[in-house]
Design a protein around this ligand. Structure first.
Ligand SMILES: NC(=O)c1ccc[n+]([C@@H]2O[C@H](COP(=O)([O-])OP(=O)(O)OC[C@H]3O[C@@H](n4cnc5c(N)ncnc54)[C@H](O)[C@@H]3O)[C@@H](O)[C@H]2O)c1
Ligand SMILES: O=C(O)CC[C@@H](O)C(=O)O
Length: 540
């Protein structure tokens, strides 16, 4: 994972809370005694103020007000984790976080109910003109004629995005005796049936509904999904609700559709630009709005803050999190299956990067035997960590390993097979550069730890630790002795030596574990020997 587990008393962890969070929700952080947490609450900061205060922060906690830009991330030199107390992470530069190996966690479940209830409240208010009528009454007018509403019963609600909130809204709409038609790329006929709704395309949803509500994240595919063309196919007098994200519905097109009388009204909790106090949609009497209150209930705020607080603690105590946004989420039991192989995978990568001077174009990792039954993504990440260690050092971790590799154009292929050629488990890592191909394989021996068991196809048995010398030579008499003599002349003591060859008199390899670090000068000295093709020093 992205950090070392912190022992009590060894490090103060600075947790910076930049948006108002429920005090009850951060109780797990307040009462934590095994970690030295320094909780700093400083909300409502302008971007430059946040940047000025973030240099020593380890954990940044936000809701939706604070925008965590690349500049913020790059100013936070110690940052390990960003916690989002809520669902949407569109206020966090995920690419920058991933690139810097910072894990982002959210709280996806805590505000589902709150947002669903708010959506239903907005739909009902819209249908019955409750905000407008209340406003008139507050201004001393008893106006019953202007606010004749419509009923929800027997109307069709169109839902775009049938995730957690969409499904809860559909369930409640059924309770209002509405018909529900929904579009979601992941909605199956079976799930639609289970929810008692109809599945349709976006256009079918738009054409069928009297009320339309959106519940997708804001993504390139969902931005402006409700636009001029879609308004055109809707029923006259349709009512629109957006309690998800500004921008899913095109605001200019919505304005025009209301002014043209096509849309009878809209209920908006979210806007493209927030705060939206001076928005042209708010000038229309048909529009009712709330200032991004979907998640603003005592219960939801406590719940999301508890969830992210617990994830921070879990991260520092176990190195794992429950709700990661920018790395694969692997249950603890599954992670435990592959954890013993982490160091081996990393060392195989580290071995190969020291064998070549060329850029790696392709990485092929094969998992054989028992390990092939596990989720091997963290192992591939560890092998990449090893491969990138010479260029990125400790900057590369589980969060950014794959990202950094792909950014430099490395193609990554994973292969699994249950037959491990005599080993219980075998991990084979192959790299392909412009002109070279190198392979190393390793295993975990029961009770004996990790071993490198094959190098470039030659069988060896090497403990992957310390200083190694990898020598390619011709299988000719005297080669081994000459190498040993030359190393002795340089005062380099050989701890162990393994040799392998393809056939008698053919190509051979020597793998030597030596007690001292080997300099470039020493390598040149050995490489000059007769029948020696290549000498590499490898430090593991
Ligand atoms: N107003 C608020 O305060 C508030 C509170 C909570 C959540 N939200 C927002 O509500 C939205 C939904 O949250 P959720 O918890 O239900 O998320 P979710 O991830 O459970 O559901 C989102 C759904 O959108 C679907 N989707 C993705 N692309 C789509 C597309 N092109 N067309 C149709 N559907 C698509 C996904 O398949 C998924 O089922 C998010 O944008 C979240 O940020 C707002
Ligand atoms: O922080 C909030 O109140 C809004 C949260 C909401 O928009 C979300 O996406 O979870």
């Amino acid at each position: 994972m992205a950090t070392e587990v912190i022992e009590k008393g060894t490090k103060t962890i600075n947790v910076f809370i930049a948006d108002p969070l429920s005090e009850d929700g951060i109780f797990p952080l307040r009462q934590e005694t095994e970690l030295d947490l320094n909780i700093i609450i400083d909300t409502g900061l302008a971007p430059e103020e946040l940047i000025a205060k973030i240099a020593n922060v380890d954990v940044l906690l936000v809701r939706s007000q604070t925008t965590v830009t690349r500049e913020v991330i790059e100013a936070a030199k110690n940052l390990k984790l960003i916690g989002r107390a809520g669902v949407g992470v569109d206020n966090i530069d995920l690419t920058a976080a991933t690139e810097h190996g910072i894990i982002v966690v959210n709280a996806p479940d805590g505000n589902t109910n709150s947002a669903a209830e708010h959506t239903i409240a907005m739909m009902t208010s819209l249908a019955r003109y409750i905000p407008q009528a209340f406003n008139t009454l507050k201004n001393g007018k008893w106006d019953r004629k202007s606010y004749v509403g419509v009923e929800l019963k027997n109307k069709t609600l169109g839902v775009i995005g049938m995730g957690r909130i969409g499904a809860e809204v559909a369930y409640r709409a059924k309770g209002q005796r509405m018909n529900v038609i929904a579009y979601d790329p992941f909605l199956t006929e079976e799930r639609a049936k289970e929810l008692g709704i109809t599945k349709g395309t976006v256009d079918e949803v738009c054409a069928a509904a009297e009320f339309i509500t959106v519940h997708t994240p804001l993504l390139p595919e969902t931005r402006n999904i409700i636009n001029k063309e879609r308004f055109a196919i809707m029923k006259d007098g349709v009512r629109i609700i957006n309690c998800a994200r500004g921008g899913i519905i095109n605001e200019d097109d919505l304005y025009d559709a209301i002014v043209a009388g096509k849309v009878a009204g809209a209920a908006l909790d979210v806007f493209v630009e927030e705060p939206a106090t001076d928005h042209k949609l708010l000038t229309l009497p048909q529009v009712i709005a709330t200032p991004h209150l979907g998640a603003s209930t005592v219960e939801a705020q406590e719940s999301v803050a508890v969830d992210v607080s617990n994830d921070i603690i879990k991260f520092y105590k176990t190195g794992t999190v429950t709700n990661p946004v920018n790395m694969p989420s692997i249950p603890k039991e599954k992670l435990a299956q592959v954890e013993p192989f982490f160091a081996l995978a990393e060392k195989l990568g580290k071995f190969l990067i020291q064998v070549t001077e060329e850029g790696i174009q392709q990485l092929n990792i094969s998992y054989a035997g028992e390990v092939a039954n596990f989720d091997v993504r963290p192992l591939t990440a560890n092998a990449i960590k090893g491969l990138l260690s010479t260029n990125h050092g400790s900057h590369v971790n589980d969060v950014n390993a794959r990202y950094l590799a792909e950014r430099i154009g490395m193609q990554i292929n994973e292969h699994k097979t249950t037959t491990a050629k005599g080993f219980t488990n075998l991990i084979t890592v192959e790299i392909i550069t412009e002109t070279e191909k190198h392979t190393v394989a390793g295993t975990l021996l029961n009770g004996l730890g990790a071993r490198i068991v094959k190098v470039e196809g030659f069988v060896v048995d090497v403990v992957p630790e310390g200083n190694l010398l990898y020598i390619k030579n011709q299988d000719k008499p005297g080669s081994i002795g000459r190498v040993a003599t030359k190393l002795a002349e340089k005062d380099i003591n050989i701890a162990t030596m393994q040799v392998g060859r393809d056939h008698v008199g053919g190509s051979a390899v020597m793998m030597l574990a030596v007690d001292n670090e080997v300099t470039t000068e020493d390598l040149v000295y050995v490489a000059q020997l007769e029948n020696i093709d290549e000498v590499k020093a490898i430090s593991l």
